[in-house]
Structures are given as C-alpha cells and as structure tokens.
Ligand binder design. Structure first.
Ligand SMILES: NC(=O)c1ccc[n+]([C@@H]2O[C@H](COP(=O)([O-])OP(=O)(O)OC[C@H]3O[C@@H](n4cnc5c(N)ncnc54)[C@H](OP(=O)(O)O)[C@@H]3O)[C@@H](O)[C@H]2O)c1
Length: 263
C-alpha cells in the first residue's frame, strides 16, 4: 500500500529512544522527512544519524525541552526554518512523575501539567496554522492506557491525559474542515527504557526480581507478552498516512488486550 508519506514533513517528540524513536523510524521508512526532538543533544544526534543511515531519509535533530512553551515554539520554528513547513506532528514526550492520588505533591502536579497536558495543547496550537497553510495535516497524540483505566501509582498520568484527551477531541471538531485530522493512541505496556523502570519498581514493591516482575506483568496481558515499540509505531504511521483519510477524533489502544474497558 502506498501511504503517501514520501516527502511529507513529520515532527516527532521524545524521539531519541523508545516509542518516539520507533515512530520516527517508521515514518522515515515511508519516505517522510523527519524532525526528531528530545533534550539530550548527544542521544538525539545519534538516533537521527542511525535512522537516516537505515532508511536513507532526511532526519534532522532539534534538541528542545518540550515541557516548556519556549521549548515547543523553538521546535516548531526550527522545523519551519529547516524544512519549510510541516504536515504531521507526533506529540510524544517524557511521561509524568509517578505518584498516588493521596501522595502526589504540588511539585509533581505542576510538572505533570506541563509535560502531559499543556504540551499537547501547545504543540497543536503552534502547528495548526502551519498545517492550514499546506491544506491539511495530521496530529497524533501518544497518551497511555490511563485514559481508559487507572494505572497504579500513576494518578498524574490519568488526571492530565484525560484533560489532553478532552482538548484533542475538541480540536478534532474545530479543524476537521481544514483537512487536519487529530487522533490519539494509547499504549499499554511496550518495552522501552521507561517501561523497564516501571517493571523494576513493580518488582521492588513486591520483593520480586526483574524476571519475576516481568512474568507477573505479562500474566495480566491477554496476549501474554509485553509489546514492542514498533507495534505502536505501525499504527502511528497508518494514522499519518493517506490510508487514514476518514479517521479523526479517535483513540486507539495498542495494548495486547490489557485495557478492561469495552469501548
Ligand atoms: N512504553 C510504554 O509502554 C508506555 C505506555 C504508556 C504511556 N507511555 C508514554 O509514552 C511516552 C514515551 O514513553 P517511552 O516509553 O518511549 O519513554 P522513554 O523510553 O523514557 O523515552 C522518552 C523520550 O522522551 C524524551 N523526553 C523526556 N522528557 C522530555 C522533555 N521534557 N522534552 C523533550 N523530550 C523529552 C527522552 O529523551 P531526553 O531524555 O533526551 O529528553 C526520550 O527520547 C511517555 O509519555 C510515556 O508515559 C509509554
């Protein structure tokens, strides 16, 4: 299938590793020109080079801190300067701090609101006028299974991402007539550095080692295994493509069946 992504400009956040890197690689494989962003210059430059070498695509590293408005504006401005505009944004960054509903303090709340609520609104607000200029675009938000069911010790993920989901659905209504499609993906448990940390924490809490904690986790997943980052990236590439031309305002989970909610 021709996804129609050849030459499209895609911006992928949190792309030095994990889910963001997998999305950048998937888009580059389809011929998109990709801007990758994260805070660490060294890791990001290496990731950009590796993706470019593997795919032959143009991959431009733009280091920035996406938990601030300045950081988001700098990413979008540099994208326009270097690529002449943009067509696709994959809104992904570091996750919010861990914490219980009773225990999360003011500092953790403030950090989570920047990282996992305002980040999504800022990226879209900066990108929409540029997409309009090009006659359309795609906005894909990477959320979490917490938008369908709470995750233990991650109250800030549920609380902030539900707000981002409300923003995203409203935005989808407002920009549909401009040919801008806005969709969300909800990963369950996919093996990245962040997920390894989560598994270590789960083990520490019960006295289990990493293998035992992993077995305990995969035992809860109907497919009986943790996911791979590229299994999320495949969906993101599809949503960015011409093949997804009548999908907007949707939220799709990539979770091996772990989410218990029926819709
Ligand atoms: N993995 C999963 O199964 C899963 C499940 C549910 C939700 N999620 C969510 O998906 C997102 C990505 O998760 P992941 O597992 O891929 O995490 P990861 O492996 O820790 O990667 C996070 C990426 O984001 C970058 N980053 C972190 N803070 C940033 C900031 N302030 N500005 C710019 N870039 C930043 C990191 O690079 P630098 O350190 O260089 O900035 C890195 O490239 C997170 O929000 C996470 O909560 C993941």
């Amino acid at each position: 299938m021709d996804f129609g992504l050849e030459g499209k400009v895609a911006v992928v956040g949190g792309a030095s590793k994990g889910l963001g890197r997998a999305c950048a690689l998937g888009l580059a494989r389809e011929g998109a020109r990709v801007v990758v962003c994260s805070r660490s210059v060294e890791n990001l430059t290496l990731a950009a080079r590796e993706i470019a070498d593997e795919t032959g695509a143009e991959v431009v590293p733009v280091p920035s801190d996406l938990s601030t408005l300045d950081g988001v504006q700098s990413l979008i401005n540099q994208t326009v300067e270097q690529m002449g505009g943009l067509d696709i944004i994959v809104n992904n960054s570091g996750g919010p701090p861990a914490g219980t509903a009773e225990g999360a303090d003011e500092e953790a709340w403030a950090q989570a609101i920047q990282m996992s609520l305002l980040f999504f609104a800022r990226m879209s607000r900066e990108a929409v006028p540029l997409m309009r200029e090009r006659g359309g675009g795609r906005i894909i938000n990477i959320f979490a299974s917490s938008i369908k069911q709470p995750i233990e010790n991650l109250v800030l993920s549920a609380a902030t991402r539900m707000g981002a989901l409300g923003y995203s659905k409203t935005l989808a209504d407002e920009v549909a007539k401009d040919g801008i499609l806005v969709n969300n993906v909800a990963p369950g448990y996919l093996l990245t550095d962040r997920m390894m940390e989560v598994i270590h924490h789960r083990g520490d809490a019960t006295g289990a080692d990493y293998e035992e904690a992993m077995a305990d986790l995969t035992g809860m997943i109907p497919m009986g295994r943790i996911g791979r980052p590229e299994e999320l990236a495949n969906l993101v590439v599809f949503l960015a493509s011409d093949a997804a031309s009548y999908i907007t305002g949707a939220t799709i989970q990539v979770d091996g069946g772990v989410i218990r909610s029926m819709i």
